[in-house]
Ligand binder design. Structure first.
Ligand code: PMP
Ligand code: GLN
Length: 385
């Protein structure tokens, strides 16, 4: 293995899902739903396969999906994006991220990134030969995760090329609000930085919170590459259809790398994703309400089992501080033992930190599961603790 990949090993999601299979424990680790998405979307994929959409897609992705993505950005955010020059379909958000990092960073560049962070960010930055500079998100009194604007400013140096943002945020469930986004935007403009923003949980926001894409802030479209995917919005994480949108220079840079990663992927799933993106508003509303109910079942269940947690504003994930239940605060060992002690799998949050110590006592549970599954897991946890 190369020096660049030293220390990356197997991803925590693969490790924890394998543990769930091995032990038969309820898997609240890796974030994937345990029910299928809308039948219109599933039927469209089957029809595409039967209709012969089984060969390579065009390099930029199915033109109709690119139009549907442009319509989606217009409908939800009032953003006008040209499907011919400003959108590329990718193998999930993961490939869009890899393409962006490999296509925009040179060796020695620095990337300012909020910590904790989704695991592929650090690996992608390392593969590009660049250096991540973390800015800590830490829980305020209310439990909401926040950053220190001065720390963000101090993280930018002469070598900084990019800020990498994720909102709504995995694993904290934070939605960056408009004021926070403005701080990031002001800094990006002042220091002439690119921002790559990962918005895969854009439709999974609760309690009246609103997702604001960074690209909608004044002066930001031209320096922002926005990434999303259909996995979370249509319960199709295994299809790996994602996309990026932004000004032609940024999309071209990311596409230039992307085309040598997979070239293209998932031809019959691309028209199905277009069907999904064009579903009426009530699909998106139902998705949000169902997941909000699931979040409440999980948070209530974790609290009954004695865990200290807070109700996240968004995403699939609930984080607990385990120190009340396990005084040594060792989240990694806690997660290794949990399938055996409680029949439940969770993910140690230290996997999302560059400074693992910051996340050592935190553990992430996923709520994107059937209510009976969440309730059973909660019951098992309450019995075990
Ligand atoms: N970004 C974040 C923040 C994620 O949580 C995930 C996991 N689904 C991804 C990107 C990857 O998305 P995809 O499965 O579309 O590659
Ligand atoms: N995004 C999902 C999570 O954070 C899973 C992604 C993966 O398995 N790589 O759990």
């Amino acid at each position: 293995m190369t020096h660049k990949l030293a220390g990356f090993g197997t991803t925590i999601f693969a490790e924890m899902s394998a543990l769930a299979l091995e032990t038969g424990a309820i898997n609240l680790g890796q974030g994937f739903p345990d029910t299928d998405g809308p039948s219109e979307v599933l039927d469209a994929a089957i029809a595409a396969i039967r209709g012969g959409v089984n060969q390579y897609s065009p390099g930029l992705g199915d033109p109709d999906l690119r139009r549907a993505i442009a319509e989606h950005q217009q409908r939800w955010y009032g953003l006008t994006v040209d499907p011919e020059t400003e959108i590329v379909v990718t193998a999930g958000a993961t490939e869009a991220l890899a393409g962006a990092l490999l296509g925009m960073l040179d060796a020695g560049d620095e990337v300012v990134v909020f910590e904790p962070m989704y695991d592929s960010y650090r690996a992608g930055i390392a593969l590009a030969g660049a250096t991540p500079v973390p800015v800590l998100l830490s829980p305020a009194e209310s439990g909401r995760y926040e950053f220190d604007a001065d720390a963000l400013r101090a993280a930018v140096t002469d070598r900084t090329k990019m800020i990498l943002l994720n909102t709504p945020h995995n694993p904290t469930g934070k939605v960056f609000d408009r004021d926070e986004l403005q701080i990031i935007a002001d800094l990006a403009i002042e220091r002439d930085l690119i921002v790559v923003t990962d918005e895969v949980y854009e439709h999974l926001v609760f309690d009246g919170s609103t997702h604001v894409p960074l690209a909608t802030l004044p002066g930001m479209f031209e320096r922002t590459l926005t990434i999303s995917s259909g996995g979370k919005t249509f319960h199709t994480t295994g299809w790996k259809i994602g996309w990026m949108s932004g000004p032609p220079n940024l999309v071209t840079a990311a596409k230039t790398a992307k085309q040598f990663l997979t070239y293209v992927n998932g031809a019959p799933f691309q028209p199905a994703m277009a069907t999904g993106l064009r579903l009426p508003d009530d699909h998106f509303e139902r998705l949000r309400l169902e997941l909000q109910t699931a979040r409440d079942h999980l948070v209530d269940g974790l609290e009954r089992a004695g865990f200290v947690t807070h109700r996240p504003e968004a995403t699939y994930f609930v984080t607990v501080d385990i120190r009340a239940n396990r005084p040594d605060g060792d989240g990694a060992n806690f997660c290794r033992e949990l399938p055996h002690t409680a029949g439940v799998v969770a993910v140690p949050s230290e996997a999302f930190y560059i400074n693992a110590e910051h996340g050592r006592h935190l553990v992430r549970f996923a709520c994107c599961k059937r209510l009976d599954v969440i309730d059973a897991a909660a019951q098992q946890l309450a019995t075990a603790f």
